[in-house]
Design a protein around this ligand. Structure first.
Ligand SMILES: Nc1nc2c(ncn2[C@@H]2O[C@H](COP(=O)(O)OP(=O)(O)O)[C@@H](O)[C@H]2O)c(=O)[nH]1
Ligand SMILES: [Mg+2]
Length: 471
């Protein structure tokens, strides 16, 4: 499918709906979850993955595509009536416009169904006709997974932990000042509750910008359609809940419980527990650039996120999953086009080290895992330049801010990931040997040959890991 024929595809897909409705009931479905913290690259990943599954010219490592066994790929209407559809067409047209732009950031869960008609491999090929596999791709914020930890806590414990954590963070100054002024046992007044919740949300947003990832409750940052509702109008307070009747703290504790019941649990029940295979995207280079604290924080967030894939740990999840499990987890360091490919094995090694503990546990729980350095949409080209008598490997691209062409060298990542992770764990303020830079590149204008999807790095390997065994 060339990009110009997008409209045709939409028509074609509507025609095929009628024919497939009956068959669909018997056709296999794989649900692939795509998660990661905000700006880790979920939207670009899903858009490019779908475009490259529709047009498979750049997917040599997807075996079924390389063998020519994928006879057709088409988008289908949304199978879940209550979930927003992943807006593939808009995102793709943004990435492939004459003046391409990165897609708008999305703030909630969405889903899309892609179906592949595949000829069987090997001996069965001649005996049976092609079969159809439906791939439901679900995009959801990693922040929502972090909320799992809240289920195990009551309001008093949660408040004590959060207040201890923010005690020495400058981002929390305004919120701390309000807490000092507040008497938790005083009668509830809605304006006070609202002001506290707003100050707390302000702190979470500032903490996020500074590179902290421990920013739960997740919906305070990504409220979606819950913005302003009572389940999001609470904040941690010192002292023991429940406190006196009709007091501020009692109502805060009640809303905290409502948040767990009405927001966190339904997400895990309706979305998370149905996932067969999971992609976890990490902007590892971005965290390295922010410094050791951001790396350590991200490691912690990854451990928490991955805790959700080990149902045995959590009574609520164990009950939800009932023995079903996530079969495969792909950990992908995104935006690898910021680095020359000679450095890619090092990012992969850092990624593997970042998630090692969690991966060991996931393996133990039966999931197959892999770490890859990928770029969903390659925005740079590689080059080697001489600088002060040395040859350095750079990437070239168009800067997002100025629109100027630039050659970029982010710094040499260490061969041994411990050189980054150990100082991060030990609480170092900055990297010892050097700084790491990142740059925001604009997507490059594309001229795609018919049959080719957008340029990427290792998206085909990612697809092979996620889907290959079922194609
Ligand atoms: N160079 C480059 N930048 C990327 C890539 N993927 C994402 N980005 C950048 O990361 C930003 C966030 O990506 P997005 O997919 O919107 O993240 P989300 O919040 O996880 O959905 C984009 O606006 C781009 O600036 C990639 O493959 N290469
Ligand atoms: Mg997004």
């Amino acid at each position: 499918m060339g990009l110009t024929t997008l409209a045709d595809t939409v028509l074609r897909q509507i025609e095929t709906v009628q024919d497939t409705v009956n068959e669909t009931l018997f056709e296999p479905v794989i649900r692939v979850g795509v998660t990661g913290l905000a700006r880790s690259g979920k939207t670009v990943f899903i858009t490019s993955l779908i475009a490259n599954l529709l047009d498979r010219g750049r997917m040599p490592h997807l075996v079924a595509a390389a063998e020519g066994r994928i006879e057709a790929a088409f988008l289908q209407p949304q199978p879940d009536d209550t979930l927003p559809r992943f807006d593939f067409e808009t995102h793709l047209s943004q990435l492939t416009a004459r003046q391409p732009v990165w897609p708008d950031s999305t703030r909630a869960v969405s889903e899309l169904r892609l179906s592949l008609r595949v000829r069987r491999a090997g001996l069965l090929a001649g005996l049976q006709g092609p079969r159809t596999l439906h791939i439901d791709i679900v995009d959801y914020p990693g922040e929502w997974l972090l909320d799992l930890a809240l289920l195990e806590k009551d309001y008093t414990t949660w408040s004590a932990e959060v207040l201890a954590r923010l005690a020495d963070r400058p981002e929390a100054e305004a919120f701390r000042a309000q807490v000092v002024e507040t008497d938790p046992a005083a009668a509830l007044e809605e304006p006070t509750a609202k002001a506290l919740a707003e100050a707390f949300t302000g702190y979470l947003q500032a903490a996020r910008v500074s590179g902290y990832y421990d920013c739960t409750p997740g919906r305070f940052l990504l409220p979606g359609d819950l913005a302003g509702s009572p389940v999001l109008t609470f904040a941690p307070l010192p002292g023991a809940a429940p406190g006196p009747r009709k007091s501020l703290i009692r109502e805060m504790a009640r809303r905290f419980e409502a948040y767990k019941r009405e927001v966190v649990r339904p997400f895990f029940r309706d979305h998370f527990a149905r996932i067969d295979r999971q992609v976890v995207l990490v902007d590892a280079l971005g965290a390295i650039h922010k410094g050791p604290r951001a790396v350590e924080d991200m490691r912690g967030a990854m451990a928490d996120i991955l805790g959700a894939f080990r149902p045995g740990q959590n009574a609520f999840l164990t009950q939800l999953f009932q023995g079903k499990r996530v079969e495969k987890i792909l950990f992908a360091a995104t935006k690898a086009d910021h680095l020359h490919h000679r450095q890619h094995p090092r990012v992969t090694a850092i990624m593997e080290a970042l998630v090692r503990g969690a991966v060991d546990r996931a393996r133990f729980a039966g999931a197959e895992t892999v770490a890859l350095a990928i770029a969903s949409l390659r925005a740079t080209t590689e080059d080697t330049m001489s600088h002060e008598g040395q040859q350095i490997d750079v990437v070239r691209g168009t800067l997002l801010d100025s629109g100027k062409q630039a050659a970029f060298y982010p710094g040499a990542l260490p061969e041994d990931p411990a050189k980054l992770l150990a100082p991060a764990k030990a609480g170092a303020e900055s990297w010892l040997d050097q700084d790491y830079r990142v740059m925001n590149f604009a997507p490059s204008p594309l001229t795609l040959r018919p049959g080719d999807g957008p340029p990427h790095i290792r998206l085909d390997k990612a697809a092979q890991f996620l889907l290959g065994d079922r194609l």
